[in-house]
Design a protein around this ligand. Structure first.
Ligand code: OX2
Length: 824
């Protein structure tokens, strides 16, 4: 019997024949070509246009329903949305994937080739941006009124090339030849003021007012990306702002004969949405970055207020109608901006404006890393956003004089400690403090992280307002991360539990009953093998390395960062390699270590680690002495599209951050869902994954969070571990030789240096022995085929909790309090 497929039920669904007609029609009338002349790119665009006939209709119906119901909506402000490709996902969500595939087949085209034409929409760095993408998918699927707001970057995250083992950054041009999913909305353009000065004026009534005379204006042009809910009638919008020079400026200067100046004005304005900052979890102290933040917040708030005013004449209902979620501190400047609009433009008094703001904004914290907690120099604020700085000062004054004084009377040290303004040589605005002081809720992204947010990051704020702190554990959309990326496993689950699991992922738990069933195990592991064969081909194509699909595929894919400890993985690989060289009979299953990671362009050590992985791979993969038992692969240009091929093919999921540093992780969830076993520390959501799948089905190693803190407090000395563990010493010393970089000794030495002289801030050496033992346990377990299959099944079947639909329902219950709206 042919495997059943989960496809979205859809009253509007097109038959194969209708789809064919529609594609051909669009080839001709939209793209000006025909079946004979069209290239794959044209076929792809025609396919998208055919889908859009369904999608755009629903978009209109959704916005009509929301307007008619005057429904409360969430506005998700995020500097990053890591959408990846949309075609396959949209086909699935609209419920026409099969029709499209069959139509294209009839037309002589392979749907995979056609969909491969789509560039990734990489408007984000990593987990934070991908989370935003999963969340808007879930919001639409659950029929909640929601708008995602962000920046329409001309260039997304850089394309990574590897040359001579090193990362080279190339510009990403995702929309160079147009993007069929986006709609420009010139009717909703917004003006954004910048720079200038603030004037105090007194009205005829004697009342004081502030007037901001901006020195420059730019305009924000909205581009709407439809967000198609699964099986849902809802199509929400992701509205991304593109910056352009404000028209009148061009003309004034131009008419005065300043052609060159008018061009400069234009390119300065356009620079604002030109590039995504390629930093993950580190502050980027650039004026342009502050302007980016303000630009998209200002445009989005104006848009929200414009929509609100369609049904309201005053602001009394504003916080009932709109909740604004700040995705990390990047959109914090929306807070003083709303205060400014309400007071300076709408004429509200401070207390009323403050009440609205503090009932409207909520804030999600994604990291505890001190370098990622944004601070902006006061002088920069003063220059770019002078009125906003005044407002921040006033928010701070009231907070310190009223709330802090009441709780800790006369305690100036506490005031200094909690002030939104950090005193020092360069005075700074602490954005996270501004969020916590204003927002009605602050949440972390996994249970453990949310506890640390309360205990370590904001303990005094938590004492002041314990009710403001929440947890919402992250999740991932099962539509993209199982249904679309692992067709084979998806069909198997549909056979087992019916076609509703892409909404209710807990249905998969039925597979637990079959975890010991030989036939079920075989089917499950055959699928894993198929996905490994497919990945092996990708590896051959991209890296020219042959890997054996019978080997253990051990994968670490995430941004390159010291706290994520790719270098701990490297040290262990070297130890294994050394064992194999010393003892050719060393018993182990064949193992392929696969990495995918981008390093921030300015992050030297992270780039050195990429270089080390590639150099070690060159050596290991070509060393005949080890008989192919060990392979190392670094896949270039890790991104959503590559991730979709990696998660389904993994046996082992490397989640090895120093405990207490990874807020949640979401890759860990995608791996488990696709049947990989976690090898990880008790960090972030690993803790909850272990709870769900059972401790016996994960490999936990290393220091826990309290032990990390204790070791650091006691004075951690990495040299103790270096001298105490001969194998560790040997592999570290190896890095200083020219073994992996013939003729160039010392090229990999920076890693050793950071781990010894550099103090090993992320405790790689402290965790090495335990990590190495855990790997032995992995290897042993893999030899027990049935035992492994059982664990893989249990993992996949037991992570229903990590559906991003559940995360969204938690946000709705605990923070947003939305009602569903069903479009017609
Ligand atoms: C990431 C966190 O590092 C990761 O742990 C988390 O899963 C993800 O956000 C989504 O919540 N930039 N990226 C993150 O935090 C920041 C800041």
């Amino acid at each position: 019997m042919a495997a059943k497929k989960a496809t979205a039920k859809n009253a509007l669904a097109l038959s194969k024949e209708q789809f064919k007609d529609s594609i051909v029609k669009h080839l001709r009338s939209t793209l000006g070509t025909d079946e004979a002349r069209a290239n794959n790119q044209a076929w792809w665009k025609a396919t998208c246009s055919a889908v859009n006939e369904l999608v755009f209709d629903r978009l209109t119906e959704t916005s009509k329903a929301n307007a008619e119901n005057d429904s409360r909506a969430v506005h998700y402000l995020s500097l990053e949305f890591l959408m990846g490709r949309l075609t396959v996902n949209n086909l699935h969500n609209v419920g026409v994937f099969d029709a499209a595939r069959d139509a294209l087949t009839d037309l002589g085209k392979d749907i995979n080739d056609i969909c491969d034409e789509e560039p990734d929409m990489a408007l984000g760095n990593g987990g934070l941006g991908r989370l935003a993408a999963c969340f808007i998918d879930s919001l639409a699927t659950l029929n909640y009124p929601a708008v995602g707001y962000g920046i329409h970057y001309e260039h997304g995250l850089f394309r990574q090339e590897i040359q001579g083992g090193r990362q080279i950054e190339r510009p990403d041009s995702w929309r160079e030849y147009g993007n069929p999913w986006e709609i420009c909305r010139p009717e909703s353009i917004q003006e954004v003021p910048l720079y200038g000065y603030v004037e105090t004026v007194f009205g005829e009534d004697g009342k004081m007012r502030k007037v901001w005379h901006a020195g420059r204006q730019i305009k924000g042009v909205p581009w709407d990306i439809p967000v198609v809910g699964y099986e849902a009638k809802t199509v929400n919008v992701l509205r991304l702002w593109e910056s352009k020079a404000a028209d009148f400026f061009d003309w004034d200067v131009f008419n005065a004969g300043g052609y060159v100046d008018s061009q400069a004005e234009k390119s300065q304005a356009e620079a604002v949405s030109k590039v995504l900052y390629p930093n993950d979890e580190s502050e980027q102290g650039k004026e342009l970055r502050l302007i980016q933040q303000y630009f998209f917040c200002a445009c989005s708030l104006k848009d929200i207020i414009r929509r609100y005013k369609r049904n309201h004449t005053d602001f009394s209902q504003f916080s009932k109608q709109a909740v604004i979620q700040l995705n990390d501190t990047h959109p914090t400047v929306a807070i003083p901006e709303l205060m400014r609009i309400l007071i300076d433009e709408e004429g509200l008094v401070w207390d009323d404006a403050w009440k609205i703001c503090s009932e409207t904004f909520a804030y999600t914290n994604h990291t505890l890393l001190p370098e990622a907690l944004e601070k902006w120099a006061v002088y920069l604020f003063e220059k770019v956003l002078p009125r906003h700085l005044e407002i921040i000062y006033e928010i701070n004054r009231r907070f310190l004089e009223d709330e802090v004084e009441a709780k800790w009377p006369g305690n100036d040290e506490m005031k200094r400690h909690l002030s939104i303004i950090e005193e020092g040589e360069t005075r700074m605005v602490r954005m996270a403090f501004l969020c916590v002081v204003t927002c009605f809720k602050t949440n972390g992204v996994a249970a453990m992280h949310s506890e640390l947010v309360k205990q370590d990051l904001f303990p005094e704020f938590c004492e002041l307002w314990p009710e403001r702190f929440e947890n919402v554990t992250n999740g991932v959309t099962p539509r993209r991360w199982l249904l679309a990326c692992n067709e084979e496993l998806a069909s198997m689950y549909t056979d087992l539990v019916g076609d509703q699991w892409p909404r209710d992922l807990t249905l998969l738990s039925k597979a637990n009953e079959f975890a010991d069933d030989a036939k079920f195990q075989k089917k499950f592991m055959d699928i894993k093998h198929t996905k490994k064969v497919q990945l092996a081909k990708v590896i051959k194509d991209l890296c020219d390395v042959e890997v054996d699909p019978n080997a253990i595929f051990d994968i670490q894919i995430k941004r390159l960062h010291e706290y994520k400890r790719q270098h701990l993985n490297v040290l262990h690989i070297l130890a294994l390699y050394r064992r194999l060289l010393e003892n050719p009979n060393y018993e182990m299953n064949k193992r392929v270590f696969i990495f995918g990671a981008k390093a921030a362009p300015g992050y030297k050590l992270a780039k050195d680690i990429i270089y080390a992985i590639n150099k070690i791979a060159d050596k290991v993969n070509n060393d005949e002495r080890i008989q192919g038992k060990l392979k190392v692969v670094f896949l270039p240009n890790y991104r959503v599209t590559l991730a979709e091929k990696l998660f389904p093919a993994a046996d082992v999921s490397e989640q090895i951050s120093t405990a207490g540093y990874e807020a949640s992780g979401t890759g860990n969830m995608k791996f488990a869902l696709n049947g990989a076993l976690t090898l990880g520390t008790l960090d972030g959501a690993n803790v909850e994954i272990a709870e769900e799948v059972g401790d016996e089905n994960v490999f936990i190693f290393g220091l826990n969070c309290d032990e990390v803190k204790a070791l650091k407090a006691a004075g951690y000395n990495p040299w103790d571990y270096y001298y105490g563990n001969p194998e560790l010493k040997a592999v570290l010393d190896w890095l200083e030789t020219d073994y992996f970089t013939p003729g160039a000794p010392g090229e990999l030495a920076s890693i050793k240096q950071s781990l010894l002289e550099g103090g090993d801030p992320y405790l790689c050496l402290a965790d090495f022995a335990s990590y190495s033992e855990a790997h032995i346990a992995v290897d042993k377990m893999y030899s027990d085929k049935k035992g492994w299959a059982r664990k893989a099944i249990i993992n996949s079947a037991s992570v229903g909790k990590f559906n991003s639909d559940r995360s969204i329902e938690d946000y709705v219950d605990r923070i947003w309090h939305l009602e569903k709206v069903m479009p017609n």
